[in-house]
Design a protein around this ligand. Structure first.
Ligand SMILES: O=C(CO)[C@H](O)[C@H](O)COP(=O)(O)O
Length: 145
């Protein structure tokens, strides 16, 4: 898949994000500190999220120290469902039940082994076909519009 990646700093696992995503077979377009680019979290994380809704990217990964600003910025983009994931089970659930299209990470909480577990779960995840799950996602679009 085509992944747009943003981070507002090079703290923690940020320097290995591109290689970890590429190692899982994806191509990366980077924004913010990981691209030596404008690195304020509101800008770079929403920029990566915009790529998803414009069709330039299939999904995005957005990061900041807490992960909260990254997820808030991404979720301001219409059509984005960004999920702040602190472990593999959350990432799996975000893909399954929320059809999340943007993975938000906390650089404070995500160790190198945990990053691998979260990325594996995220990229392996599939969206639930259950009627209630589909209806919930449809309702998000409804309130957004
Ligand atoms: O977690 C964050 C936002 O949610 C930022 O990473 C945190 O505020 C640090 O930003 P800065 O380095 O610009 O002070």
């Amino acid at each position: 898949m085509r992944i747009s990646l943003a981070s507002d700093s090079l703290d923690g696992v940020a320097p290995i994000l591109v290689s970890e995503i590429e190692a899982r077979g994806h191509t990366v377009t980077a924004y913010g500190a990981v691209a030596d680019d404008r690195a304020d979290w509101a800008w770079c994380c929403s920029r990566a999220a915009l790529d998803v809704v414009s069709g330039v990217a299939d999904q995005a990964v957005v990061c900041c120290w807490t992960g909260t600003g990254a997820s808030i910025a991404a979720n301001k983009v219409r059509g984005v469902r960004a999920a702040l994931c602190v472990d593999a089970a959350t990432a799996e659930g975000a893909r399954r039940w929320n059809d999340a299209n943007v993975l938000a990470l906390s650089l404070r909480l995500t160790s190198t082994p945990l990053l691998g577990e979260i990325l594996d779960a995220w990229f392996a995840g599939s969206v639930s076909p259950e009627e209630t799950d589909v209806a919930n996602i449809a309702y998000l679009s409804e309130i957004e519009n």
